[in-house]
Design a protein around this ligand. Structure first.
Ligand SMILES: Cc1ncc(COP(=O)(O)O)c(C=O)c1O
Length: 430
């Protein structure tokens, strides 16, 4: 266990309670839906690493493409210079994203993809002399990453509490449902009437970090329509929902009214390498085409459009197109549906929801549903003992498996969930 000791000595891990942390599990190999550990365990990955993995770990098609690119070029400055993987990827993305005549702006993770999306929207108005249009509308319970822009447009909660005073002001509206839609409409219009709104940002259909909470496309469609009437831009943060999570390649495909900007990352490279893109429509782009140099979008990263990352993303999309990817997701959704019927009336299940490859089960506890709910550690430990990686969001246990998962592997997870509910029923927790 040489690595575990060194890890403990030298590394500070993210989202980790330093006082309570157990020893980190050292994974030395990953293949398909399995992780292989230093101490000889084989762990079934039920959450696609960090919602990033699409075709299973270390898929040979993507790995080979990256290897070939490695021998050609590892990095390329991206201002004044360009390269085939970035061009081919942008071309490919332009054929599949639900935005007409898109322009692709590269960055290198989900938070920066969102950051760029917000900055594009703000500068779009700034460049037109509409400097007062500088507020963003967002949903309550939203999560958009850990940089300051992303935190500012997210729910004020434990993720950003120490920085609260440094975050810019955002207007928050409720997530719509059948009961509150007219109220949410009023909230939105109230803010739009202030005439200082640049954009409305949202996680379409599923709020991932909030606990995989889901809402219907028709309500979001209505809100986007209103934004368009008021000439506010709309930003779909598809960092989580992109690349098949909800059953279509992008959740925005469920919408009649398309967003002006789409932010992508996570599944973009099939989970191989970090890459972010913020894709805008021609109208947004045009606001930056000006002889006045102050209207330039002065944003970039050293690894912007890195050729290895772009190659991985291209290979990921090629694999999606070559395989029965969307049919497989439909099949997974059917399996989820069948399983849900067997547990939905369990007294310890507060709510259960599914869409595409996502399945979320909210466990009833004495505390409210919350990221810091103590049930979290209990769930993680229980499933790890069964060699299943299932990292919950508080008392919400969820699956986002790689799309290549087989029926028997899902059945292993489903049966472990039933055992967990049984275990809870007989323990003090219930
Ligand atoms: C909707 C959404 N936006 C942005 C992010 C941030 O992405 P990253 O962790 O790559 O910075 C996440 C991460 O979970 C996310 O779910």
């Amino acid at each position: 266990m040489k690595y575990q000791k060194l890890d403990e000595k030298y590394i500070w891990h993210p989202f980790t309670h330093l006082k309570y942390q157990n020893k980190n599990i050292v994974v030395t190999k990953a293949k398909g839906v399995y992780l292989y550990t230093e101490d000889g365990r084989k762990i079934l990955d039920a959450i696609g690493s960090w919602w990033v993995n699409v075709h299973g770990h270390t898929h040979p098609y993507i790995a080979n493409k990256i290897q070939q690119q490695l021998n050609k070029m590892e990095h390329c400055i991206f201002s004044g210079f360009t390269h085939p993987p970035a061009i081919e990827l942008a071309h490919k993305l332009s054929q599949i994203v639900p935005i007409k005549h898109p322009k692709v702006f590269y960055s290198d993770n989900g938070s920066t993809a969102v950051e760029v999306g917000i900055k594009m929207a703000l500068q779009y108005f700034y460049n037109q002399g509409l400097v007062h249009k500088n507020k963003i509308i967002a949903f309550k319970n939203s999560y958009h990453g850990d940089t300051f822009g992303g935190m500012s447009v997210a729910e004020r909660n434990v993720f950003n509490l120490p920085f609260k005073k440094k975050l810019f002001k955002t207007y928050f509206i409720d997530v719509p449902n059948a009961k509150n839609i007219s109220f949410v409409r009023q909230q939105l219009i109230k803010y739009l009437n202030k005439e200082d709104v640049a954009a409305f940002i949202f996680e379409p259909l599923v709020q991932g970090a909030a606990g995989m909470t889901m809402y219907e496309a028709k309500y979001l469609d209505e809100l986007i329509h209103i934004c368009k009437q008021y000439k506010a831009l709309t930003i779909a943060d598809e960092v989580f929902t992109g690349f098949g999570k909800t059953g279509k390649l992008f959740a925005s495909e469920y919408l009649k009214n398309k967003p002006d900007i789409i932010c992508l990352s996570k599944g973009l490279t099939g989970g191989f390498l970090p890459l972010g893109v913020s894709i805008c429509n021609q109208e947004v782009y045009n606001a930056f085409v000006d002889l006045d140099k102050t209207k330039t979008f002065y944003h970039g990263h050293s690894f912007t459009a890195n050729p290895l990352m772009c190659t991985a993303a291209l290979a990921n999309i090629e694999l999606i197109e070559k395989t029965d990817f969307l049919d497989k997701i439909k099949q997974i959704e059917k399996w989820h549906k069948q399983f849900v019927q067997t547990i939905c009336s369990h007294p310890l299940v507060k709510d259960v929801r599914y869409k595409g490859i996502i399945l979320a089960i909210e466990i009833k506890t004495k505390d409210k549903t919350h990221y810091l709910n103590n049930m979290s550690e209990m769930i993680e430990t229980f499933f790890l003992q069964k060699n299943i990686l299932l990292r919950p969001l508080g008392n919400v246990l969820y699956l986002v498996p790689p799309v290549i998962i087989q029926e028997n592997e899902l059945n292993t997870i489903y049966s472990a969930i039933k055992q967990f509910l049984q275990y809870l029923s007989t323990s003090k927790f219930s």
